[in-house]
Design a protein around this ligand. Structure first.
Ligand code: NAD
Length: 482
């Protein structure tokens, strides 16, 4: 078993600072290393370094930033095997899932925005009076990036890429549960020759720790946050004192609507991914399956059988489909929802228990993928984000009812619609309150499109020119013709 002694990365140096906390491997709960908990001092040093570095990084030609960022992306690709394994040690997700394009996507997050910053121009408006107005897009300054544990390297690079490409400097605060990947990314950025202070990583926790100090720091100009809705509210309150620019990607409780004209095999395959990708610890998941009455029984039979067939266990075994949940606390929280369901007329038709695994996996945070039927849409299990391998399957009669149930939650991040009727797909996709709607598939996205959530799932959008808008200031220059 490897051992990771993670460090902060501040001003181009790997340093300690603050008490160390253990890193546990989710599949065994064995200690696999430790990380330092940054405090005010570490955050302040990182922000000061980023402020200083901004003076040169922000003024570099975008093509020069692109050269350095492409070197970073190349190193990410060259370390694919190691990064796949690190993500498994950090998160407990299977190597099988990590191997499917995960690392190329991390590299693409950096590379895409490095190119985008070079190829995108600006607006100009010649006035009738002869004046010319034009718009300059300039970097904002020091970006505080705060990320969650569920898909850590993908979400970190999704913010690091545009922040740096558009000329900002960065202080990243990764989730305390998954510090290894961010540490490794810092090593690769360092090797790629990013100048000291341009990219910094400070480890630690949220409240009264590195996360909160970053959101309070007066020299941090913007915060891009991905995490729980309640955390987002706390950050908004903290950041208001210094009026920071904010972007939020928050929780979700997506619907997966299956109409009775679907190809059942495909619908089951798409639904398995939308339900159990990343052990269901996935903001974009569709854990509320809504199935039209005509195919309800047939779909449920196949879906339950396929769910029972998913192998749960050693994330490093390439045949394993479902890995471990992030922590014992989280497993208990997820299992608590099964107790809630058991207290209602609902029925657990697959899973609901823990797998019987040999040592040392018997100490890990595993839960069999679970399917619950007979839950009323207003019950807690259908309303709250469970963030684990637990889904509900309900029945509906018509389009109107499906849309009403799908929209009957406080979240609005992502949804799935499965039908072969094009008109229906267009109508339902338009009516659903969520930032992304997939039709007949799941978790495919071009980096140019907006990404974000409605309602309690987020504020703002990132991706393509939406990232350009968030990570830059728009300055108008009015040029006199005199
Ligand atoms: P979390 O909100 O507990 O933590 C996220 C990050 O915020 C961590 O780095 C944490 O240390 C930090 N943090 C916590 N409290 C803070 C505070 N007061 N001030 C500053 N920083 C603070 O979320 P999590 O448990 O790590 O992740 C799971 C959540 O993330 C789920 O709700 C999931 O839906 C959401 N998520 C959303 C998206 C999206 O794109 N919308 C993507 C992935 C995860």
């Amino acid at each position: 078993m490897p051992h990771f002694e993670v460090q902060h990365y501040i001003d181009g140096q790997f340093v300690d600072g603050g008490p160390r906390f253990d890193i546990l491997y989710p599949a065994t709960n064995h200690v696999i290393g430790s990380a330092p908990e940054g405090g005010r001092d570490e955050v302040d040093r990182a922000v000061t370094a980023a402020q200083r570095a901004f003076k040169t990084w922000g003024r570099l030609p975008a093509a020069e930033r692109r050269r350095l960022l492409k070197g970073f992306a190349d190193r990410i690709r060259a370390h694919e095997k190691e990064l796949v394994e690190i993500e498994t040690w950090d998160v407990g997700r299977t190597v099988r899932e990590n191997a499917h394009g995960y690392v190329p996507r991390i590299a693409a997050n950096i590379e895409f925005f490095a190119d985008f910053a070079v190829t995108h121009g600006s607006e100009a408006y010649p006035m009738d009076t002869g004046y010319i107005n034009y718009v300059l897009r300039q970097p904002v300054g020091v970006a505080g990036l705060i990320t969650p544990w569920n898909i850590p390297m993908l979400l970190a690079t999704w913010k690091i890429g545009p922040a740096l490409a558009f000329g900002n400097t960065v202080v990243l605060k990764p989730a305390e549960w998954t510090p290894i990947g961010a540490w490794k990314l810092a090593q690769l950025a360092h090797e790629a020759g990013l100048p000291p202070g341009v990219f910094n990583v400070v480890h630690g926790f949220g409240p009264d720790s590195a996360g909160a100090y970053l959101t309070q720091h007066p020299a941090v100009n913007l915060i891009s946050f991905t995490g729980e809705t309640t955390t987002g509210k706390a950050i908004m309150a903290a950041a208001s004192a210094t009026l920071k620019r904010l972007s939020y990607e928050l929780g979700g409780k997506g619907a997966n609507i299956i109409f009775d004209d679907v190809d059942l095999d495909r619908a089951v395959a798409v639904s398995l991914r939308a339900s159990f990708f990343n052990q269901g610890e996935f903001c974009l998941a569709g854990p509320r399956l809504l199935v039209q009455r005509g195919v309800y029984e047939a779909f449920l039979d196949r879906f339950v059988a396929a769910t029972r067939d998913l192998s749960v266990g050693d994330p490093f075994d390439p045949t394993t489909a479902i890995g471990a949940l992030i922590s014992r606390e989280h497993l208990d929280r997820v299992a608590g929802y099964l107790d809630v369901a058991r207290g209602t007329p609902a029925e657990i038709v697959a899973g609901g228990d823990r797998p019987d695994l040999p040592a040392p996996l018997d100490g890990g945070n595993f839960l069999n993928p679970t399917v619950i039927v007979g839950v009323a849409p207003e019950d807690r299990v259908c309303q709250e984000e469970i963030f684990g391998p637990v889904v509900t399957v309900g029945v509906f009669d018509d389009e109107e009812e499906a849309i009403a149930v799908a929209n009957g939650v406080s979240y609005g991040l992502a949804s799935v619609v499965q039908t072969r009727d094009l008109g229906r797909a267009v109508r339902v996709a338009s009516a659903i309150e969520s930032g992304t709607v997939w039709v007949n598939d799941f978790f495919v996205r071009d980096l140019r499109v907006p990404f974000g959530g409605m309602k309690q799932s987020g504020v703002g959008r990132e991706g393509g020119h939406y990232s350009l808008e968030f990570y830059t200031e728009a300055k108008t220059v009015c040029l006199s013709n005199q």
